[in-house]
Design a protein around this ligand. Structure first.
Ligand code: TTP
Ligand code: MG
Length: 357
């Protein structure tokens, strides 16, 4: 007997940070809104976290330097990042979604995969269920999302991005090939700008080009990644929707006003980031084991260094001590630093721990 075909959802909130800001302050609706670093009249040095669809019309996008966003859209409304608020809204949304499937996997702050195979009998019922979820999220949170439905996580994820905002795209197994073929290779998970360029050099632009390419040549050129690319382009993905603790890591980073080699100032900034991260750790009732620092030098060379502690903790002093230790190797009088970051991961819930302060 053949196994029942899986039906997987990918839910992605629309322009999440700015959508939350608009909900909190309805006068923002219809205006181009950008959440991210302070633009400082075009001199700001951080990046855009996200922007709403009005701002996207000006060419503004996530990850872009805020100074460039300012040039493209000086009339935009620029807001600072209010993580605490977005995380709170995110956990409300995840709470709504996790009731529906057998298996649930949060993926980032505003996305989740749901395996609903046993909950629906066919795609018609799957679409009705997706509408139900969208309605519940809208009714309770006044936010819209886009949902992709497919036979696996890969197709579901690409489908959720296909019609945005407030979209619903279902791709049955037999339609996968035609759905994927015309899309640019960048739509595949793991294909970044570098791989895109390499593929372009050998004449591959679309997922269809990749699917029809000789798989042995791909493996010769890209190694294991080549095989993976070939499978993805053919819509094959056997990975399961994995239940896991909601949060994988908590992090903060900051771009300095001016590149600096002042070690005291850098360490103080690191302490401040540790304090912010620690506040989140306590709010979410977590304990961590792994601490990571990130450093970007003025020439954009970027390093991360992690340490896994021999104990689990939720204490600020442990976090500060470890980040300061990890930072030492990067502090050089002749090398200016542009950005520093702090991340904690490897969580357990503090509820399970008795002895922590
Ligand atoms: P995305 O889902 O990638 O983007 P989005 O929800 O803003 O927009 P879309 O409608 O296209 O889904 O990311 C979710 C949130 O994560 C986003 O609101 C802000 C944050 N984010 C960053 O902080 N930096 C980034 O580079 C990206 C891509 C997202
Ligand atoms: Mg989103």
């Amino acid at each position: 007997m053949s196994e029942k075909k899986r039906i997987i959802f990918h839910v992605d909130m629309d322009h999440f940070f700015t959508a939350v800001e608009e909900r909190e302050c309805p006068e923002l609706k219809g205006e181009p809104v950008i959440v991210g670093a302070d633009p400082k009249g075009g001199k700001g040095r951080g990046v855009v976290s996200t922007c709403n669809y009005e701002a996207r019309k000006f060419g503004v996008s996530s990850g872009m330097p805020i100074s460039r966003a300012w040039k493209l859209c000086p009339e935009g409304i620029y807001l600072p990042v209010n993580y605490g608020l977005y995380e709170k809204v995110s956990s409300e949304i995840m709470g709504i979604l996790r009731k529906y499937p057998d298996k649930f996997e949060q993926w980032g702050i505003d996305e989740a995969f749901l395996d609903v195979t046993s909950k629906v009998k066919d795609y018609e019922e799957a679409e009705a269920l997706a509408h139900k979820m969208k309605n519940e999220i809208f009714k309770k949170e006044r936010l819209t999302c886009s949902i992709g439905i497919g036979p696996n996580k890969l197709v579901a994820k690409i489908a959720s991005d296909f019609q945005k905002p407030d979209g619903l795209t279902a791709v049955k197994e037999e339609a996968v090939e035609n759905f994927l073929a015309p899309l640019p290779v960048r739509k595949l998970l793991w294909v970044g700008r570098k791989t895109e360029q390499k593929l372009k050099k050998i004449g591959i632009k679309t997922i269809g080009d990749l699917a029809n390419y000789d798989s042995t040549v791909l493996t010769e050129t890209f190694g294991v990644m080549g095989t993976q690319l070939y499978l993805m382009a053919n819509g094959i993905d056997r990975s399961e929707v994995q239940e896991r603790s909601e949060v994988k890591s908590i992090s903060r980073d900051i771009t300095f006003e001016e590149d600096t080699a002042d070690s005291e100032f850098i360490l103080k900034t690191l302490d401040r980031l540790s304090e912010e991260v620690h506040k989140d750790v306590l709010e979410q009732n977590l304990c961590f084991k792994t601490v990571t620092v990130k450093v970007r030098y003025e020439n954009f060379e970027t390093h991360t260094h992690s340490k896994t502690l021999p104990f689990i903790t939720n204490r600020l002093q442990d976090l500060k001590k470890t980040t300061r230790e990890l930072m030492q190797e990067y502090l050089k009088p002749d090398r200016k630093i542009r950005l520093v970051g702090v991340r904690v991961s490897n969580f357990t819930s503090a509820r399970k721990q008795k002895t922590l302060v």
